[in-house]
Design a binder for this molecule. Structure first.
Ligand SMILES: *Cc1c(COP(=O)(O)O)cnc(C)c1O
Length: 331
């Protein structure tokens, strides 16, 4: 039997992590009102969070709740993306040893970035799978504590603190648009929202190109899907062969689950830039794209869309903006 995290855990997380994270601002999005018919639309700006994504919340809650002995030994993870950066940052801030396992294929600037945040980098193997093997090897040899990206009650409770910040500022919120990959973000945010106000509608947004969690929810167990590339690379990746916490929470709390295309993502990224002058990564733009391209009905709702991060390759970003601008001029 697993014990699922609850609202109490989210409140405790908020208290525990307050010195490590930023309380991010909320921006109004008047540009989307007319076209969507919503009563109000706001953005929760987790793209302005430390290290450029919300993942520090979960990592901080996990690492701060370890025993003194576990803290002395240190922590380990193998993510190259926002989770790896978050673990490195939190450990660096707290003076705790952190090892991030990477493959030799990861560009050296990424390894440097993680090192500069305060973690050790263990580079081995030609693929993510080999890096993962090395991870288990070091984990067992050195007795480090794993910090996983989504299937952990402490990580889930940490991500849930975003909902507390939203409802403190906008108690009338009745719809949350939440990007979904492994589901740490949505599990935490949704459990907090529903336990405070069951009338809040939870909309999950996954990728058409890699809907691992969407298919897993349909099947009722983890399903592997073929991995295709996406502009929203933070939403790629499987959910693992076992999943204890996210599947039951997502099953209970998702009201509507939509899939977005690469075009929707581009539309969202361009709108964030042209209307708000905000740089966001693909994963953060899915809610905006879904509203503009009418994939969700938000009429009469008070909507908050989570802009989850800003980690994106510069040339890829500039290409999207230029392409969208040219397309707009032709229209
Ligand atoms: C990790 C991540 C997500 C998805 O979060 P999950 O907890 O895996 O569902 C969304 N956006 C960004 C920017 C991320 O880094």
């Amino acid at each position: 039997m697993v014990t699922l995290p609850t609202l109490i855990d989210v409140y405790q997380a908020a208290e525990r992590i307050q010195h490590v994270i930023r309380k991010t601002p909320i921006f109004a999005a008047p540009e989307l009102l007319k076209l969507s018919g919503a009563d109000s639309i706001h953005y929760k700006m987790e793209c302005l969070q430390q290290t450029g994504a919300f993942k520090v919340r979960g990592a901080a809650n996990k690492i701060l709740s370890l025993t003194e002995k576990e803290k002395q030994r240190g922590v380990i993870t193998f993510s190259t993306g926002n989770h790896g950066k978050a673990v490195a940052y939190v450990a660096g801030q707290l003076g705790i040893r952190a090892v991030v396992c990477l493959s030799e294929n990861v560009p050296s600037y990424r390894a440097d970035l993680i090192r500069n945040l305060g973690a050790e980098v263990a580079i081995k193997g030609q693929s993510q799978d080999e890096a993962e093997e090395n991870y288990y090897h070091i984990l067992n040899d050195e007795g480090l504590t794993p910090v996983v990206p989504f299937d952990d009650p402490m990580v889930i409770a940490g991500q849930g603190t975003i909902t507390l910040e939203i409802l403190e500022k906008l108690p009338e919120t009745d719809m949350l648009l939440i990007p979904l990959s492994g589901g740490g973000l949505l599990s935490g945010m949704a459990l907090a929202a529903k336990q405070i106000n069951p009338a809040i509608k939870i909309v999950a947004i996954s990728l058409e190109r890699s809907p691992a969690m969407y298919e897993s929810l349909k099947a009722g167990k983890p399903v592997q899907v073929e991995e295709k590339g996406s502009l929203a690379d933070s939403l790629l990746g499987g959910i693992g062969v076992e999943n204890h916490y996210n599947l039951p929470l997502l099953k209970r709390y998702i009201d509507e689950h939509i899939l977005v295309s690469e075009d929707d993502i581009k539309t969202g990224m361009y709108s964030a830039y042209s209307s708000q002058q905000m740089i966001v990564e693909g994963a953060a733009a899915v809610g905006i794209g879904a509203i503009i391209n009418k994939k969700i009905d938000v009429r009469g709702k008070n909507v908050v869309s989570i802009l989850s991060g800003r980690s994106i390759d510069t040339s890829k970003y500039l290409q999207v903006i230029a392409e969208q601008q040219r397309a707009g001029e032709k229209r």
